[in-house]
Design a protein around this ligand. Structure first.
Ligand SMILES: [Fe+2]
Ligand SMILES: [Fe+2]
Length: 146
């Protein structure tokens, strides 16, 4: 029997926004746990991933919905919604005993994440960082003296 694939964090995923980077580390951990879960653990691992994804996407969607987000965030929000719809479908299938489909989902998520982070989350992270630098220069100055 071959060992299960492992999804591990790489610093090439870092986008320079602390909250996003922490959330993305959690995403990688949740997908990895799903890949490693036994048949008896997999429903719980999928539920844990679903809870993570809900919070992860809700946080990003809230930022993307800001009226001053450049070029609109609809594509990005849509992509989150499509992933959540797949997760819900897979949860239903797993509840009916089709556990392997959760592993297929985990593989698909592992393939999806780097591109999504590079193209979509990186634009969001850059915008958030710029916005906080422009809006809060005193906070930045104070950090330099610590
Ligand atoms: Fe993200
Ligand atoms: Fe995203």
């Amino acid at each position: 029997m071959s060992s299960p694939p492992v999804f591990s964090w790489s610093d090439r995923f870092l986008l320079g926004h602390r909250t996003i980077d922490e959330t993305h580390k959690e995403f990688v951990d949740c997908v990895d746990a799903l890949l490693r879960a036994s048949d008896t653990e997999i429903a719980a691992a999928l539920d844990a991933f679903a809870r993570h994804a809900e919070a992860h996407f809700a946080q990003e969607d809230q930022w993307l919905a800001a009226p001053d987000f450049p070029n609109g965030g609809e594509c990005h929000i849509d992509e989150h919604a499509k992933v959540m719809a797949s997760v819900r479908e897979v949860q239903e299938q797993v509840a009916q005993g089709e556990v392997d489909i959760a592993r297929e989902l985990a593989q698909a998520l592992m393939d999806w994440f780097p591109g999504h982070a590079d193209y979509m989350d990186s634009a969001l992270a850059t915008w958030l960082v710029k916005k906080s630098h422009d809006g809060r220069p005193l906070v930045l100055r104070r950090k330099e003296h610590l």
